[in-house]
Design a protein around this ligand. Structure first.
Ligand SMILES: [Zn+2]
Length: 71
């Protein structure tokens, strides 16, 4: 199964995928499971998620979200 079908945070849960969040300011990276993502942000597009996420380390915005394909 490819990550192409995963278009929003709800799909992460459906496909048991997770996301990686990279902060462009301090290079912090973290991985969230689909459940953790939906718990934190609700069901939304990845564009919305990027706009809403704030870095836990430096507080910077503009995080990059990449979908990690299901294992
Ligand atoms: Zn940061």
């Amino acid at each position: 199964m490819s990550a192409k079908h995963i278009r929003n945070t709800g799909d992460l849960m459906r496909f048991r995928a997770s996301i990686r969040i990279d902060c462009p300011h301090c290079a912090a990276a973290r991985t969230l499971s689909g459940l953790e993502t939906v718990t934190a942000l609700g069901v939304c597009s990845f564009e919305e998620a990027e706009a809403r996420l704030k870095c836990g380390r430096c507080g910077g915005k503009g995080a990059r979200v990449s979908v990690l394909p299901p294992v």
